[in-house]
Design a protein around this ligand. Structure first.
Ligand code: NAD
Length: 273
């Protein structure tokens, strides 16, 4: 059975890559709607041409409500306020949603959590297979190295990124903190300046770089006296995220209401059980 996919943020960096990823996936997946901001200069443009793929006959429209009845699963890589509104619209129409947007406030996250009681949602700060494997490796490293190491998270992204630290860096921090029984909200240190004093062992530090066209680098360092372990992921193309999000959309179609993540899609949670 064909799964009809809509993309919100279709003219964005990820949106265009998603249009390409769906075309490459072929098979049972079909792009049926492309949505942008109501004031976007791309309204009416062909979404395939925008993505550099040649005409696909799916024009960019300015409101999800116009096309929601043509969609089985929405893939949303936009901005937090738009995602929250799109989740509400999807919940009203029982349309499953894959959320790639990052940078939600706790209140916005609570809206998403509530909507997952009505509709299937797959949300991940990073849809690449490699990063999701790294989450497993980080969990193992934290459990083995325990309280004998200092843990620091470094991330670098392109100059256009609007939130910091990245959602992926925060997810990595959560994985490590959970493995060690620490509360990230209490132990996270976001940047250092001036007379900081010596580092205390339980803190988890975050460092952010914004420069050029870096797609996404993440390193978590576990440093002891005499040795250190570093787990690094480097994305060189947005296609790694887009392919994962499209795989998540295919997996999500027809699932019962609930909040899922990429670890569910890849079957990685079973490894921890
Ligand atoms: P971008 O700015 O290039 O694209 C966002 C698009 O959303 C823009 O075209 C914008 O016009 C559109 N938009 C804004 N409001 C909208 C609305 N109400 N309706 C429809 N479209 C709307 O940004 P990007 O680099 O594509 O990233 C988008 C989001 O995805 C960011 O939060 C980023 O952090 C996140 N991201 C997540 C992953 C992941 O794997 N989870 C990977 C890359 C980026």
């Amino acid at each position: 059975m064909t799964t009809r996919i809509g993309i919100t943020g279709a003219a964005g960096r990820m949106g265009r890559t998603l249009v390409e990823a769906i075309a490459l996936a072929g098979g049972e997946l079909q792009l049926t709607a492309a949505i942008e901001r109501p004031e976007s200069s791309f309204l009416g443009a062909d979404s395939g041409e925008l993505a550099g793929q040649g005409r696909n006959g799916v024009p960019v429209v300015g409101a999800l409500a116009e096309v929601i009845d043509r969609i089985d699963v929405l893939i949303d890589f936009t901005v937090p306020a738009a995602t929250v509104a799109n989740v509400a619209e999807c919940a009203r129409h029982n349309v499953a949603i894959v959320i790639g947007t990052t940078g939600f406030t706790p209140e916005q996250q609570a809206h998403i959590d509530r909507a997952s009681g009505q509709v299937a949602i797959c949300k991940a700060s990073n849809f690449s297979t490699g990063v999701n494997l790294c989450f497993q490796l980080l969990d193992m490293a934290a459990r083995v190295l325990g309280d004998d190491v200092d843990i620091e998270v470094y991330e670098a992204h392109h100059r256009h990124k609007i939130d910091a630290p990245s959602g992926t860096a925060l997810s990595m921090g959560h994985v490590v903190a959970n493995a060690l029984g620490r509360d990230l909200d209490k132990v996270a240190v976001y940047g250092r300046e001036g007379q900081t004093g010596a580092r205390s062992r339980e803190t988890i530090g975050f460092a952010t770089v914004r420069a050029g066209d870096i797609v996404g680098d993440h390193t978590v360092t576990f440093a002891a006296d005499g040795e250190r372990v570093e787990i690094t992921h480097k994305a060189s193309s947005r296609m790694s995220f887009a392919r994962g999000a499209v795989r998540a959309a295919a997996w999500l179609a027809g699932r019962p209401a609930g909040l899922y993540d990429m670890q569910d899609v890849l079957g990685l949670k079973k490894l921890q059980a």
